[in-house]
Write a new protein. Structure first.
Ligand SMILES: COc1ccc(C(=O)NC2CCC2)cc1-c1cc(C(C)=O)n2cccnc12
Length: 121
């Protein structure tokens, strides 16, 4: 069937949505699903200047704010590093961020991305 213009997603957006879904699977507790709330994380917005979470990344994909894969990967790293900055080592969140960052970057290696590359053509 022919996709209407509104349904036609840019190749980059389709790739980023696929990558985002795979990254979200590595966050089963959904600690990274939504913006961190200062009520549960005292002083968070004083310590973390540039908050980031998966829902914000999804919105940025939908708003075509990512001009490249590297911008997307930078936001993923920012999200994990924020958690390792605010939360002390040994906390459930610091450990979750380290594991997510490690697992996520393994999915974003050129070897893993090359097969998806043809989605960009
Ligand atoms: C969207 O953010 C969250 C959503 C849910 C939860 C959560 O279910 N926490 C329960 C596990 C022990 C309480 C935690 C968080 C959370 C993420 C974070 C991060 C990512 O720093 N955080 C830091 C301090 C306190 N809570 C959190």
């Amino acid at each position: 069937c022919v996709l209407k213009a509104s349904q036609k997603r840019r190749p980059l957006s389709r790739l980023l949505e696929q990558l985002l879904r795979n990254l979200e699977k590595r966050d089963p507790n959904q600690f990274f699903a939504w913006p961190v709330n200062d009520n549960f994380a005292p002083g968070y917005s004083d310590i973390i200047r540039r908050p980031m979470d998966f829902s914000t990344m999804k919105q940025k994909i939908d708003d075509n704010e990512y001009k490249s894969l590297n911008c997307f990967i930078s936001d993923f790293k920012l999200m994990c590093n924020n958690a390792m900055k605010y939360n002390k080592p040994g906390t459930v969140y610091h450990k979750a961020a380290r594991r997510l960052l490690h697992a996520g970057l393994k999915q974003l290696t050129p070897q893993k991305l090359r097969p998806l590359g043809n989605m960009l053509t």
